[in-house]
Design a protein around this ligand. Structure first.
Ligand code: BDP
Length: 681
């Protein structure tokens, strides 16, 4: 098994009685509605059933008086319990009926029915219904026109710009199927550090060819835009958003796009962030920039997704506070077509971050969630880190903005502030690796993102069980071991990588440990800026005695994190500079606790290896070996991380490694040298 089929394997049902039960409903597929998306649904069903049951099921468009089939039906009439994209799966008249008010809903229901059979669940009593909690569920590709992927670890880009539009890689269809199967309905094809090239007629035609594939699976296509395109591509003298010529340029550009792509989704914009151009270059605000683009979309359905990932170069500032400071004053100033997309945490996709204080603090502006699926800070494609717990931790955090229970999820799904346009985006981890994601277990992160963007109330465990059953094994015992491994993987990674609320011990390559790195061109582009180790202690004081970033949260949240004695250990060093000898709630000093985490974290990779091996007999040999080998690398690198941190921190703490832990076999200088090898160009 090369992993190409992802979670859509549709392996033959071997259990005879179950197969007989499924076959009872496999005498026909009735596609009673027209349209490309319904067509995709019936094609998927036909293909799925032929693999699951070994039978080619006849497709018809009417089923009058017949029973024993599966009916795909477009519902008419108002049904307040269901959103347009919701679906219903029921038994009626001896058939399984998959229905929805929309074609998309029929497609989603079809995938759910197939999943039901892939999970070997009974048809008896079948009755399922679900509606998405978030409207725009999309992937963000950080793919460049030259085929490279920023922070991508699974090969080159899926989009072959040089051969488009004439050649349309069949893989685009499989990509669309996989997304639709988990409810994703949008995709931004190019990097947020965008090339203006995508606004050229040459590229719009190429994008249109991809959009033609996506459309059949209910997926809208979006583009990231380069804010200075009017200048660089359009030949204007300015890209000032208040300049009439600039406004006209964007209007024409958007019109040009809609001519080729009538259901175009919209723009994603990274502006005045990390050197990208933006409205502030002309003394304008983020709202001026976003609203100018929104105006160009007025005649169409499209939206403008404007990112809040900004942090100015200010040597005295706390980067944690930057996005809030720039965006909160703009609340209420954005056009209704704009959604502001906010990363889950205030810094940048760290293995653990507190939730971004923007959530809840812009009640008049729809805020979308940006998660990172690709493992930029999570060990690339060699470390197994199941991300659903990271996503859930943020979504379940309570902002307290409207009292207890004002979770981030309720901000994002619009229920707290009544946003009509809601969004959840995931930075994709896909590439042209045969198995799509490099690490076979990283497929689960793509899957989990999709499932949570549909329903953020699903548990990490539920999603892991589903994914393992669909992708790896039907064997319950084996799947139990793998799910255990997945559920603990994030904490294990945090333990050897950034325990107790440490963050960002890297610079250029976000992989090799460099907690000593101190040479960036600005303070917040060094590693020492984030951990603040000194002879007294470790951690970033963000209370009133420090940067006071905590003041950006509601008092109830401040209370959780304000006092170092009460701050839960996972967040301790995010908010406090703690003395090396301070006794923590575990009974150990900070130094001893850090060492304990680094050592047990690295050793727990051995436990992960054991769990994986316990499942061996039930796994495909190719997938087993691939993961087993990656776990070996992970083990080696976890020790490398541990050694780098403890040896480096020891130079400040000036204490021995606690008894019971074998001191590193190398010196700090040796670790630094080994890291430098990774940085040689
Ligand atoms: C950081 C990445 C950088 C991205 C940036 C962003 O290191 O490559 O361009 O975020 O999100 O995580 O814009």
């Amino acid at each position: 098994d090369d992993g190409y089929r992802l979670w859509l394997k549709y392996e033959l049902v071997k259990n005879a009685s179950l197969k007989a039960e499924y076959l009872k409903y496999a005498t026909f597929i009735a596609q009673t509605a027209e349209g490309d998306i319904v067509q995709s649904a019936s094609r998927e069903l036909h293909m799925g059933l032929s693999k699951l049951l070994g039978k080619s099921v006849h497709v018809t468009n009417s089923f009058e008086g017949k029973s024993g089939g599966i009916v795909l039906k477009l519902e008419s009439g108002p049904d307040p319990t269901q959103q347009a994209e919701g679906y219903r799966i029921q038994l009626a008249g001896g058939n399984i009926v998959v229905s929805s008010k929309s074609e998309n809903g029929i497609l989603y229901g079809t995938f759910v029915l197939l999943r039901h059979m892939q999970m070997r669940l009974p048809v008896k009593g079948l009755s399922l219904a679900s509606s998405p909690k978030v409207r725009f569920r999309m992937l963000n590709h950080w793919d460049n026109p030259d085929g490279t992927i920023e922070r991508g670890y699974a090969g080159q880009s899926l989009w072959k710009w040089y051969e488009l539009p004439e050649r349309v890689d069949p893989r685009y269809t499989d990509y669309a199927r996989a997304n639709a199967s988990v409810g994703i309905n949008g995709t931004v094809l190019n990097n947020v550090n965008a090339s203006a090239r995508f606004m050229s007629q040459e590229y719009i035609v190429k994008v249109a060819a991809v959009a033609n594939v996506m459309r059949k699976y209910g997926i809208k296509t979006y583009l990231s835009v380069y804010f200075a395109a009017p200048k660089t591509l359009g030949g204007l003298t300015t890209s000032d958003p208040l300049d009439p010529q600039v406004r006209a340029w964007w209007k024409e550009k958007v019109a040009e796009i809609y001519k080729e792509i009538p259901d175009f989704g919209g723009f994603l914009v990274k502006a005045n962030s990390e050197g990208e151009p933006g409205p502030q270059d002309y003394g304008r605000t983020h709202a001026d920039g976003a609203n100018m683009l929104a105006e160009a979309f007025k005649p169409y359905d499209g939206i403008v997704v404007w990112r809040a990932f900004v942090y100015k170069a200010d040597p005295n500032a706390d980067r944690f506070k930057a996005a809030y400071e720039e965006f909160v004053p703009l609340d209420g100033k954005f056009d209704p077509k704009v959604i502001v997309q906010v990363k889950n945490g205030p810094i940048d996709f760290q293995p653990r971050e507190p939730f971004s204080p923007l959530f809840g603090n812009m009640p008049k502006t729809p805020l979308g969630m940006e998660f990172q699926i690709t493992q930029e800070y999570l060990g690339f494609a060699t470390h197994a880190v199941y991300e659903a717990p990271i996503f859930k931790e943020c979504l379940d955090s309570d902002t307290y903005v409207n009292g207890e229970g004002s979770t981030v999820a309720k901000v994002v799904d619009g229920s707290l502030h009544g946003y009509a346009r809601t969004l959840m985006a995931g930075v994709a981890n896909t590439g042209n690796s045969r198995n799509w994601t490099g690490h076979p277990l990283a497929q689960a992160n793509w899957y989990a993102f999709g499932r949570l963007s549909w329903d953020h109330q699903l548990s990490s465990e539920h999603i892991a069980h589903e994914w393992v059953a669909l992708t790896l094994t039907e064997n319950q015992k084996a799947s139990g071991h793998i799910v255990k491994l997945m559920l603990r993987s994030r904490e294990i990674y945090v333990d050897y990588n950034t325990p107790l609320g440490l963050s960002r011990p890297w610079m250029g390559v976000h992989f090799a440990p460099e907690p000593w790195e101190n040479k960036g061109s600005r303070p917040d582009w060094t590693a020492i800026y984030y951990h603040r180790a000194d002879s007294v202690g470790l951690g970033f004081d963000r209370t009133a005695s420090g940067s006071n970033a905590l003041a950006q949260y509601r008092p109830q949240v401040q209370q959780q994190w304000n006092h170092s004695d009460q701050t839960p250990l996972p967040y301790l060093l995010w908010f406090h500079h703690v003395r090396w000898d301070k006794k923590l709630s575990t009974g150990r000093s900070l130094w001893a606790e850090l060492c304990t985490r680094f050592y047990t974290g690295a050793d727990s990779v051995v436990w992960m290896q054991q769990q994986w091996d316990l499942a061996k007999g039930s796994l495909d040999p190719q997938i087993y070996t691939d993961v087993a080998e990656r776990l070996k690398v992970q083990r080696r690198e976890a020790i490398w991380w541990r050694d780098a941190w403890v040896l480096y921190l020891q130079t400040f703490a000036r204490q021995p490694i606690p008894a019971g832990f074998e001191p590193p076999k190398r010196t700090l200088e040796e670790v630094k040298k080994s890291v430098n090898v990774y940085l040689i160009r």
